[in-house]
Design a protein around this ligand. Structure first.
Ligand SMILES: Cc1cc2nc3c(=O)[nH]c(=O)nc-3n(C[C@H](O)[C@H](O)[C@H](O)COP(=O)(O)O)c2cc1C
Length: 191
């Protein structure tokens, strides 16, 4: 089994990536393969509303030339998908939103192609707005007919400068429990 994660931060290997890696270490203990794709530095265009995905129905976005179709292929091949974002102005980063809009529209055009995959949101925050970002990601999973495991708190970690989230003991514990619950759920689904 495999879990693919996308880090929508503009900052590579920052707090969001640290949180995702905490989830990964629990998944890996259970023999689940993991891969992290970091969107930092990658141009990710928003949805152009061309609706060609509904005509083509080929599991691809008609907007070529950026990373999104590679992301779709990785999502299709995975059993679980983590979408991770830092909080920017009390919401997702624009990269994360573009990824959601493009992959989500293609999924809807292709009989909800992520249906029954396991999805988890991970959010880094300095102070406020994380719940809004967390909800935005979960809206994508829910309308895609995906299954969402919970944790001991909502999946957020607190920190501003790169690495600061390492001091948020509860946030790290939340990610650890999320990884354990995600592994448990994946094993049940694939039993
Ligand atoms: C453009 C921008 C907007 C931000 N907006 C918020 C915000 O609304 N609330 C907040 O608590 N932190 C905000 N932050 C801080 C980041 O969420 C925080 O530093 C986070 O840990 C960054 O994660 P990263 O290291 O993965 O990039 C913002 C940072 C940037 C660059």
């Amino acid at each position: 089994m495999k879990v693919i994660a996308f880090n929508g931060s503009a900052r590579k290997d920052g707090n969001t990536a640290i949180l995702v890696r905490r989830v990964f270490s629990e998944l890996e203990k259970e023999g689940i393969e993991t891969e992290l794709v970091q969107l930092a530095g990658q141009p990710v265009h928003g949805c152009t509303a061309c609706a060609k995905c509904f005509k083509n129905k080929n599991h691809r976005c008609a907007v070529e030339g950026d990373i999104v179709n590679d992301c779709i292929e990785k999502m299709l091949a995975a059993d679980g998908i983590i979408l991770a974002s830092p909080t920017y102005f009390a919401d997702l980063t624009s990269e994360t939103k573009a990824l959601i809009d493009r992959t989500g529209f293609v999924a809807r055009a292709n009989d909800d192609m992520f249906k029954r995959k396991v999805g988890a949101a991970v959010v880094a925050v300095r102070r406020a707005g994380a719940m809004h970002a967390f909800d935005s990601i979960n809206h994508f999973f829910l309308i895609s007919q995906m299954i969402i495991p919970g944790s001991s708190y909502w999946n957020i970690g607190i920190g501003r400068a790169k690495g600061e989230v390492e001091h948020d003991e509860e946030g790290l514990r939340t990610m650890q429990t999320l990884g354990q619950n995600m592994a448990w759920l994946l094993k049940k689904i694939h039993a």
